[in-house]
Design a binder for this molecule. Structure first.
Ligand code: XMP
Length: 507
């Protein structure tokens, strides 16, 4: 495997994803909590950082057991850090070195630069620049403005690049990473979704043995893939629970339950609609609604788990971005770990051990593993859907009638996206029921009914998002269909806010 040392750059995860795209396994470790380098580590990559190497509190790392002992690549801050610590000089750059640049010199004979074109486009993002390097540093690439765009420390497999090979705008960036991983570090590219599935099924088997495991399915990609891995590993000792909280999409509970059964999962569907509606009755504060849903979910899940005997494990669909120890923005030593929030956490009174089969995977990898396990595309390509479901798309208090109305409108929108071939082009979409009534006219009648908002966004991780420019014709058709079919709605608006400053959901 490859270890990526994180100095807090926004691009660190991207480096990891690129390395894995090259079918090589890698892990991200915070600079201030490095593990011992054992034989399994084939190379180390130092990330960028929001810090300058000249800052007093700049992140430091002890490279004694790494540099010269194994292949090492510094990216941006990582490159500047090594240049500065090993006899060179880093200063603030005179011209701002951000964005697009083109290489003007490439040392083709160097294994790291092999095949990289002379004027390759690269992406810079740094306020400092390497002014001087020690004598044993060989410059292997330059741009017009940046002489030391890449260097090689002679006599060892140590490299530095001041630009970012991990971003798409560096057009041959993946090529460079491949050169480092394959030509320099000699890694074999055999870490694939199928190989991951195979090894993790064996590992789960060894770990769990004949124990029984309970898992909460949500209909989403992560919990579904986790369930399939466990099913392959332990068969009918996996007990799945799928709760109908009354806040799912139209017919979703029945359809998804059917599909899970078809996949051979040992699953129990629990109709807990009324328990959720009771807990939500009269509550219109968004945070209190979320809390109530989380609480009831745990109660229901716990009741169901108690029906089962001899359960010793709780499986969760936690994925890698949830478990990477983040280097805090201040670079301080207090690394925090984010915890998963979908299942609502484990109540103390359920003393179960936790198993998280996806904790090493990024979202796109979860999909690929799901595909390797034979999960159908319609399940793997589903839009994300929030744990509290339609409750956070009904502004104000929840009633079964409002849920029904929203389900109808949502179904028109989502089915329409599918029919128009737009569903897969959108990251997430849904309808929001507004606490607003307005005057309309239908036939000769005056109406005074609800307004709904359509929301469709493009995003990669939900952290930032932009509204999708859906075709006017499609919006016109959808609006018309909702108003005609969904009794109680006489006005449809389209949400054209980006995140930030808005959020994807309205509550
Ligand atoms: P926001 O509204 O914060 O949403 O822009 C970002 C993404 O997170 C989803 N979301 C949730 N998912 N439990 C979840 O499992 C929640 O409480 C929750 N709140 C928001 C939202 O659908 C979007 O994909």
């Amino acid at each position: 495997k490859i270890i990526i040392v994180d100095f807090g750059s926004q691009y660190t995860q991207l480096i990891a994803r690129r390395v894995r795209e090259l079918n090589v396994y890698c892990e991200i470790h915070p600079f201030n909590n490095l593990k011992e380098m054992d034989d399994s580590v084939k190379a180390v990559i130092l990330s960028g950082s929001p810090f300058s190497v000249r800052d007093e509190n700049a992140p430091q790392i002890d490279l004694t057991n790494i540099k010269g002992k194994m292949p090492l690549l510094g990216v941006c801050y990582g490159a500047q850090y090594m240049a500065q610590h090993f006899g060179g000089q880093v200063l603030p750059s005179e011209t701002r070195e951000y964005g697009r640049a083109n290489l003007s010199f490439v040392s083709q004979s160097n294994p790291f630069m092999k095949g990289i074109s002379d004027n390759s486009q690269v992406w810079m993002s740094h306020g400092d620049t390497i002014k001087q390097v020690a004598d044993n540093f060989e410059i292997i690439a330059s741009t017009e403005d940046v002489k030391v765009a890449a260097y090689h420390i002679q006599g060892e497999d140590t490299y530095g690049i001041q630009f970012h090979p991990e971003v798409y705008h560096s057009t041959e960036g993946l090529e460079l990473l491949r050169n480092f991983i394959v030509n320099v570090a000699g890694c074999s590219q055999n870490w694939t979704a199928a190989s991951f599935a195979e090894t993790s099924i064996q590992e789960l088997r060894d770990k769990i043995g004949n124990d029984k495991v309970v898992l909460g399915l949500s209909g989403g990609v992560d919990s579904s893939v986790a369930a399939m891995l466990l099913k392959e590993a332990i068969g009918d000792n996996l007990y799945c629970i799928f709760v109908d909280n009354g806040l799912l999409r139209k017919n979703e509970f029945e359809q998804v339950l059917e599909q899970y059964k078809f996949l051979g999962l040992n699953i129990k569907g629990v109709d807990a609609k009324s328990r959720f509606y009771e807990a939500l009755a009269g509550e219109s504060d968004p945070e209190k609604k979320r809390k109530a849903i989380g609480r009831v979910f745990i109660e229901v899940f716990d009741d169901e788990a108690h029906e089962l005997t001899d359960i010793s494990w709780l499986a969760q669909g936690t994925i890698y971005p949830d478990v990477i120890e983040s280097v805090s923005a201040t670079g301080g030593p207090s690394a925090t770990i984010k915890s998963h929030h979908n299942v609502g956490g484990l109540p103390d009174f359920m003393k179960l051990k936790i198993v998280e089969p996806l904790r090493l995977l990024f979202k796109d990898e979860v999909r690929r593993v799901g595909k390797a396990l034979g999960l159908p595309d319609n399940l793997l390509g589903r839009h994300p859907f929030p744990g509290p479901g339609l409750a956070i798309r009904i502004l104000g208090d929840i009633t079964p009638e409002k849920v029904r109305l929203l389900q109808e409108a949502d179904a028109v929108f989502i089915d329409g996206l599918k029919k128009a071939g737009l569903y897969d082009k959108v990251w997430q979409a849904g309808v929001i029921l507004l606490p607003v009534q307005s005057v309309g006219v239908m036939g000769d009648e005056r109406t005074y009914e609800n307004a709904v908002a359509l929301r469709a966004v493009e995003s990669t991780d939900g952290m930032t998002a932009d509204w999708v420019h859906l075709p006017y014709e499609f919006l016109a058709k959808t609006s018309n269909e909702i108003i005609n079919k969904v009794k109680g709605v006489n006005r449809v608006v389209y949400d054209i806010s980006s995140k930030p400053p808005a959020t994807i959901e309205w509550e």
